[in-house]
Structure formats: structure tokens, C-alpha cells
Design a protein around this ligand. Structure first.
Ligand SMILES: Nc1ncnc2c1ncn2[C@@H]1O[C@H](COP(=O)(O)OP(=O)(O)OP(=O)(O)O)[C@@H](O)[C@H]1O
Ligand SMILES: [Mg+2]
Length: 376
């Protein structure tokens, strides 16, 4: 839990200022400023010093400039009319120093903690709303589950939250996502080319297909080598930036091969989920991907995470072995679940269709757990 440590102090009162400096230790940073400067500060915890003149005006400024801040008034004498006026403004914390140091410090600490919790909640809910987070699914090896896991991940995210989710299939030559989502599409990303300079939400919405169970927006690949060549790195960057403005989460399924388009997504992504099998071949491929990333300048710090797939007893390596070879965090471990996954794929059905489904197959359950831990 993070406590607020910055205290903004208005009101000229040398004695009270000195007492405050004495009372508060290094755990707080005191910023003395004028009421006019309060406007510019990002103040969440404000102390008003009574100097017999400006306290009410200062309190009004603090309230109007920072309506969600916590405000405490400190005075060097009892003053009932001031206390009453503050009360009318809704400010009920009033302490007289010297004299009430103990309860004042206790209260200051409590208020700082409350403000800290409020901050955390706000940043969490803004993460929930996404603010355009791009999750790229990548791997240096083919058939590691990028497409089926990224589609099920996007589908789960859409079904289990109120977030706006867009899925982009960038396997430009072959596609694949629509098979796992059981969709048949006549439109594709190519249809956005003519409007790439003015790309807005309505364009994306018109060209994307809606998965019928979740209403997930899906931008399908053209599945035509010739058409695919028309999609440039510049277009990809424009598409991702526009998507970020209108969606909370953008899930991108990438092909194995590295070209400037794949690279553009890897650079724009907030998180790269790297699909990993627990065997030595996968480790070797990972090492060459790391080399390639380094040469291309793709930053992995704080955004590269493993997704272990085909987890099973018979795996050649364990998660512990993997951690010995590489230090990236493991976002999720997904069990090998041939029977169920095969059945859904063969029937052309998505692995998730409803929110809060009870009896999920192991594969979908593992992805469900992962998505929930992210949304928490
Ligand atoms: N955990 C799992 N359990 C059972 N089957 C799985 C699992 N993960 C993936 N599969 C199966 O493996 C096959 C390959 O998966 P997928 O197409 O998603 O891989 P990919 O990494 O996207 O491949 P490519 O490199 O060709 O794009 C699919 O048919 C899928 O059904
Ligand atoms: Mg694929």
C-alpha cells in the first residue's frame, strides 16, 4: 500500500511552518506554496495554515482547484468562528498546534494512507479500462498456440469484462484467427487501406467482424499474399494508434516470421506474450529471438512475458528449468488439452461463448484464470 507523501501547505505562518517541519519526519515532503500556485500543483493532501486572515479564502481555493483532495486546517489558536466557517465548507479536520500534535499526526498519517488507497484504486480501474493497451502474441516457433491462445484470450477478456476489445489477426498470408473463432468473413484489414490517413473508430467497427457470442471486434487477415503486400509498416502503426484511441485492449496475433510489420507491432506493444514450450528446442529458439530483438532494438524490459503452453507431466523441462535460462515473468501456464481443443476446433466453435461459464475445459480454464488475475 502506498501512502501519499507530498503535503501542500498554504497560508503564511512562520511559527506553524516551523512546528510542522519539526513534527513531520522524512516520511513526508512538505511543499510550501501560495494559494495561487496551488492551481498548478498536483495536490492530494493540503494543509491550510491559519494566519488570522486568509484561511477561509485558501480553503475555498483548495476546494475549487482540487475537489477530491484531503484538506486539513492547522491553527496556532482556538478559533470557533473559523472552525464553523470551515465546517460549512465541509472541512472538518481542524487542529491546534502546539497542543494537539499527537492526534494531528495520527490523522495526517491516516489521511495520507486513505489518499494512497484511492490513488491505487484509480490507477487499477484505469488499467481495467485499458486506455488502449496492446498485447502482442509472438513466438519464434510455429505451432506454439499463438493463434488459438490469443483468440481465446481476447474472447475471455471481452466476455469477462466491460472493456472494449479488438482482436487483430496479422498472419497476413494465411490468417487463422477466424477458424478458431468460428467466423467466416468477407471483409478484411485490407478494406481499411483507403481510409488509413483518417482512420477512426467507425472505420474499424465497419470493417471488423463481430464474433457472435461475445461481440468481440475482429480484424481479419486478407489471406491473399498479393493483397497482403499492400499492408505496410506505416499502415500498421496508424492502425494501432487509432485502435488505442478507441479500444481498451488490442490483442494482436503475430506470425513467426519477422518483417517490418511484425517489428512495428512488437515496438508498439505494451506487452509481448511469448509462447513457450517446455523443451530445449524452444529455449534455443528463444535465444535466437533474443539476439534478433537486440539487433533490431526491440526492448524486452518490463513488457516481455512468457506464456507456457502444452503444459503436461511429460514435458522435457519444468518451469524451474526455464527460469534458469531466462528471467522473464511467466504470465500463464496453459495445459495441454488435445481432446477438448481438437473437438472445438473441428466443430468450428470458439472455446469461450458465455461469461462465467461453469464447466470449462482445462485449456479455457487456464486462460480464464490468467485473464481474471489481470483484471483484478
Ligand atoms: N494447450 C493446447 N492443448 C491442445 N491443443 C493445443 C494447445 N495449444 C494449441 N493447440 C493446438 O495446436 C495447434 C496449433 O495452434 P495455433 O495455430 O494456435 O499455433 P500458432 O502458434 O498460431 O501456429 P502458427 O505458427 O502456424 O501461426 C492448433 O490446432 C491448436 O488446436
Ligand atoms: Mg498462428
Amino acid at each position: 500500500m502506498s501512502k501519499i507523501t507530498d503535503i501542500y501547505i498554504v497560508g503564511d505562518n512562520a511559527d506553524l511552518s516551523a512546528t510542522l517541519k519539526e513534527q513531520t519526519d522524512e516520511s513526508f515532503q512538505l511543499h510550501f506554496l501560495t494559494a495561487a500556485d496551488l492551481k498548478k500543483a498536483d495536490a492530494q493532501l493540503i494543509l491550510i495554515l491559519n494566519n488570522g486572515e486568509t484561511a477561509i479564502d485558501d480553503a475555498q481555493t483548495a476546494l475549487s482547484e482540487h475537489p477530491s483532495s484531503s484538506i486539513i486546517c492547522v491553527s496556532d489558536e482556538e478559533n470557533f468562528s473559523l472552525l464553523r466557517s470551515l465546517n460549512q465548507l465541509g472541512i472538518t479536520d481542524f487542529y491546534v498546534l502546539p497542543g494537539e500534535e499527537l492526534i494531528f499526526m495520527e490523522r495526517l498519517d491516516a489521511v495520507a494512507k486513505e489518499a494512497g488507497i484511492k490513488n491505487e484504486l484509480e490507477s487499477e480501474s484505469s488499467f481495467k479500462r485499458g486506455g488502449g493497451k496492446i498485447f502482442a502474441f509472438y513466438s519464434g516457433s510455429g505451432g506454439t498456440g499463438k493463434s488459438i491462445i490469443s483468440t481465446t484470450f481476447a474472447q475471455t477478456l471481452k466476455l469477462e469484462s466491460t472493456a472494449k476489445v479488438l482482436f487483430i489477426d496479422l498472419n497476413l498470408h494465411y490468417g487463422g484467427a477466424e477458424t478458431f473463432l468460428g467466423m467466416d468473413s468477407s471483409r478484411s484489414i485490407i478494406d481499411l487501406l483507403p481510409v488509413m490517413e483518417e482512420l477512426g473508430e467507425h472505420h474499424i467497427r465497419n470493417v471488423s467482424e463481430k464474433e457472435e457470442h461475445s461481440d468481440l471486434n475482429v480484424l481479419v487477415s486478407p489471406r491473399d499474399a498479393e493483397l497482403s503486400e499492400k499492408i505496410t509498416e506505416d499502415f500498421i502503426v496508424k492502425l494501432l494508434r487509432a485502435s488505442k484511441r478507441h479500444y481498451d485492449f488490442i490483442v494482436v496475433d503475430l506470425p513467426v516470421w519477422m518483417d517490418e510489420r511484425t517489428l512495428a507491432v512488437l515496438e508498439e506493444a505494451h506487452r509481448i506474450y511469448y509462447l513457450m514450450n517446455l523443451d530445449t528446442v524452444a529455449i534455443r529458439v528463444l535465444k535466437s529471438v533474443e539476439n534478433l530483438f537486440q539487433r533490431l532494438g526491440v526492448i524486452t524490459q518490463d513488457r516481455f512475458e512468457f506464456v507456457i503452453n502444452y503444459k503436461a507431466k511429460e514435458n522435457e523441462l519444468t518451469k524451474k528449468d526455464l527460469e534458469r535460462f531466462a528471467s522473464y515473468p511467466v504470465a500463464s501456464e496453459i495445459r495441454k488439452d488435445r481432446k477438448n481443443v481438437q473437438a472445438y476446433v473441428n466443430q468450428g466453435e470458439p472455446l469461450r461463448k458465455k461469461s462465467q461459464e461453469k464447466k470449462l475445459p482445462p485449456f479455457s480454464k487456464d486462460i480464464h484464470k490468467w485473464v481474471h488475475s489481470m483484471l483484478k
